[in-house]
Ligand binder design. Structure first.
Ligand code: FES
Ligand SMILES: [Fe+2]
Length: 378
């Protein structure tokens, strides 16, 4: 741990220096991010359609905290702490699934209704001063934003509609089936890198044409002269129009396929949620970097496709390509970047910010770093 937290002057993005390297590995700084960013922000859990059936649940872990998001008998989606009120046992240990009418603790069989109310506690009828009505699971704050379910551990967090005002309109412009998608696949990957190293990589176009071969394949589908990365306070977009005349994508012919958009569309909400649609794919992707430690993150890829129509071959190929090609190519950069940050030969670098070449500029990286710095310093 550093004895004195390094400071960073973020006021001159073009001529100034990048966020200093200790911000990417120092345990003290990471502990502050945990408290001041992740214990206060909104966490993406999943899509409302994952909760269509009573008893459907998703478990969302936030560091050592664990939250159950559960569909009730009447269709209401509620969130509650994943800890039995008897002696604190964790109730559900699976990421997602479906239970019957009762949430039963596997330890001493206390049973809760799907809204978290305690329904029965064996042998508690003669317990003095035991009020069942007061022993329900502790609720967690939940919001539905643009058909996505989020939770926060902070009762004072501003609502998402305020944090991301305008974001939903952008999503609907590029993702016409936003309300109508279902989960196809979720892939978790552990990456030995700080969560910000992963985020940075995804919000700049500078490396697209300059890093690995898979990036060049994606870049070929995008007209980079029109690529724009736009900060809007706590949310941002990075969007590019298609190149003209594509007949295939991700190694598959486009003929007969359906898609959400032919654009390269991405929207991020601070700190760690991204929604995207890649060109010619009939899916909405989620991309979340979940911090596990100063230099360890869980990278979660969610793939959601429109209900009631077959997933086009192009989309299936894109998911496979993302999981086995683009993802690994970026992860390799993340891990190598993380190692380099420890070097005695590096402390701070320079952002490539160029108003005349906005498609390659790193202004969004600076914007993101500034949000992180302000959250823990101001
Ligand atoms: S800890 Fe849950 S019933 Fe005892
Ligand atoms: Fe990349």
């Amino acid at each position: 741990m550093t004895e004195h937290k390094p400071t960073w002057d973020y006021n001159n993005p073009v001529t100034g220096e990048t966020m200093p390297s200790p911000f990417f590995f120092d345990p003290g700084i990471f502990a502050e991010e945990r408290e001041r960013i992740f214990m206060r922000c909104w966490h993406l859990v999943g899509h409302v359609n994952e909760f269509a059936e009573p008893g459907s649940f998703v478990v969302q872990d936030i560091f050592e905290q664990s939250v159950i998001v559960l569909a009730g008998q009447d269709g209401t989606i509620s969130a509650m702490h994943n800890a039995c009120r008897h002696r604190g046992n964790r109730l559900l240990n699976q990421r997602r699934g479906k239970i019957g009418a009762v949430l039963r603790c596997p330890y001493h069989s206390w049973c809760y209704n799907l809204d978290g109310a305690l329904r029965a506690a064996p042998r508690a009828e003669n317990l003095p001063g035991f009020d069942r009505a007061e022993m329900g699971l502790k609720p967690v704050r939940l919001e539905i934003f643009a058909s996505w379910v989020f939770v926060t551990l902070d009762d004072a967090a501003p609502p998402l509609a305020e944090i991301a005002a305008g974001a939903e309109d952008e999503m609907r412009r590029f993702q016409p089936d936003l309300d109508n998608v279902e989960l196809v696949e979720e892939t978790d990957v552990i990456v030995e890198a700080n969560w910000k190293v992963i985020q940075e990589n995804s919000i700049e176009g500078y490396h697209f044409d300059l890093s690995g071969p898979v990036h060049k394949e994606l870049a070929a589908l995008i007209d980079f002269s029109g690529y724009r990365l736009t900060p809007h306070g706590q949310w941002w977009t990075y969007i590019g129009p298609p190149t003209a005349g594509a007949t295939q994508a991700y190694g598959v012919k486009l003929e007969g396929a359906t898609w959400q958009t032919d654009w390269f569309f991405n929207i991020g909400i601070f700190p760690n949620t991204t929604f995207y649609s890649f060109p010619y794919t009939d899916m909405i992707g989620t991309f979340i970097m979940i911090p596990l430690g100063p230099e360890k993150s869980l990278l979660r890829f969610g793939y959601y496709a429109p209900k009631g129509r077959p997933v086009p071959e192009v989309t299936k190929a894109a998911i496979e390509w993302m999981n086995t090609q683009l993802g690994p190519e970026d992860i390799e950069l993340n891990v190598s970047n993380q190692k380099g940050l420890h070097s005695r030969g590096f402390y701070s670098g320079r952002y490539l910010i160029d108003a005349d070449r906005p498609h390659e500029s790193e202004h969004l990286v600076h914007h993101f770093h500034k949000l992180c710095y302000q959250a823990i310093s101001e």
